[in-house]
Design a protein around this ligand. Structure first.
Ligand SMILES: [Zn+2]
Length: 309
C-alpha cells in the first residue's frame, strides 16, 4: 500500500540532514521504509515569525532535505513532477518539499518561481500570523482574506502546478481562495469543526468547498484538534473521517498526521510506525480495502498527480 502523508514538521526538528535516517522524533526514513511506499510532504516551519527571519529559517530546513537527497539518492527521492509520483508505485520513501507559510516568498513572485525551480510544491498559505499573502485563522484580519499579492500568488501557483494548502487560513481567506481556483486544493492537516469546535478545524461548508474542487483534507492527529482536550484515541481520528465521509465521501480524505508538529498525539500513536494501527481500525470500522487505500494515500496521490506537471 502507498502511504501519503500531507504534512510533517520533521525538517524543523533535525539539526543534520542525516538525522532523517533515524531519530527519536515522529518520522524518519527507517520507519517510513517499513511500508510498501511512503510519500511524505516535508514541510518547512518557521514558528514565531515575529522573532525570526521566517524565509531564512524555512530555506535552511528545505536545504537539509535537498542535501540529503543529493548525498543519499538511494534513500530519498524528492518528487517534483507527476512522473516522479508515478515512480513511487515501485516502492521506497519519497519527499515533497513544503512550506508552512508563504513568508518563504518574501513578498516576491520571483522568489516563488525560484523556489518552484528548487522543488517546492506545497505551500500552506499562512501559519498562525497574517502575512503578505493572506490572513490566518489566528490572525488579525489584516487583508480580510487574500491580499492583492496573495491573489497573484494563488494564480502563479496554479499556473506552475503547485499545491495550495488552506490549513491555518482564516475563513475569509479560505472563501477567497476557493472562489478563485480551477484546480484541486488541499487542507493538508485539518479536521472537522462539527466534531471538535477548534477554529483551526474546517466547517462543513469548507469541507464541501474543498470537495467541490475535487481536493483532499488530511486528517490531523493533534489531540487538541481531534477532541478539544489534550487526550485523544485512535477512534477520534476515525470520527473525523466518518464525518467527512458522510458529507462528501471518502474520495476527499487523506492523512495529514502533523508528525513532529503536534504533541500530544492520540494514545497509541508514537509516529510513522503507528499508521498500521490507524488503517487496522478503519478496517474494523468496516471501511473497504479500496476506501482504506484511498484514505491512506490514493486520494492525495490523485490530486498531486493532477496538479504537478
Ligand atoms: Zn500546521
Amino acid at each position: 500500500m502507498r502511504i501519503f502523508d500531507g504534512h510533517c514538521d520533521t525538517l524543523s526538528k533535525i539539526n543534520h540532514p542525516d538525522e532523517l535516517i533515524r531519530n527519536g522524533f515522529h518520522w524518519d526514513l527507517e520507519r517510513a521504509g517499513k511500508y510498501g511506499a511512503y510519500v511524505q510532504v516535508l514541510s518547512s516551519f518557521a514558528g514565531d515569525v515575529q522573532r525570526y527571519d521566517p524565509a531564512a529559517v524555512m530555506e535552511s530546513q528545505l536545504e537539509k532535505a535537498i542535501a540529503f537527497e543529493s548525498n543519499h539518492p538511494d534513500r530519498l527521492k524528492l518528487i517534483r513532477s507527476a512522473s516522479d509520483l508515478k515512480a513511487s508505485e515501485n516502492g521506497g520513501v519519497f519527499g515533497i518539499l513544503g512550506a508552512e507559510g508563504a513568508e518563504i516568498f518574501k513578498g516576491s513572485i520571483k522568489e516563488l518561481e525560484r523556489w518552484f525551480r528548487k522543488g517546492l510544491r506545497v505551500v500552506t498559505l499562512c501559519w498562525n500570523y497574517d502575512n503578505e499573502v493572506c490572513d490566518s485563522v489566528a490572525g488579525r484580519r489584516t487583508h480580510r482574506g487574500l491580499s492583492p499579492f496573495g491573489r497573484k500568488v494563488v494564480e502563479r501557483m496554479q499556473e506552475l502546478g503547485m499545491v495550495i494548502d488552506l490549513s491555518h487560513t482564516s475563513d475569509e481567506t479560505f472563501e477567497d481562495v476557493i472562489s478563485r481556483v480551477s484546480s484541486p486544493v488541499a487542507a493538508t492537516h485539518s479536521n472537522c469543526r462539527a466534531i471538535c469546535g477548534h477554529p483551526r478545524n474546517l466547517t462543513d461548508e469548507q469541507i464541501r468547498g474543498i470537495a467541490g474542487t475535487d481536493g483532499v483534507i488530511g486528517i490531523n492527529f493533534y489531540a487538541y484538534f481531534l477532541t478539544g482536550s489534550g487526550k485523544a484515541r485512535i477512534k477520534d481520528i476515525i470520527s473525523h473521517i466518518e464525518h467527512i465521509s458522510g458529507l462528501v465521501g471518502t474520495r476527499h480524505i487523506g492523512l495529514g498526521c502533523d508528525f513532529d508538529g503536534a504533541d500530544p498525539m492520540p494514545e497509541g500513536i508514537t509516529g510513522a510506525e503507528s499508521l498500521t494501527l490507524v488503517l487496522e481500525t478503519l478496517a474494523k470500522a468496516n471501511y473497504s480495502e479500496q476506501d482504506i487505500r484511498m484514505i491512506a494515500g490514493g486520494n492525495f496521490l490523485r490530486i498531486f498527480t493532477r496538479i504537478l506537471r
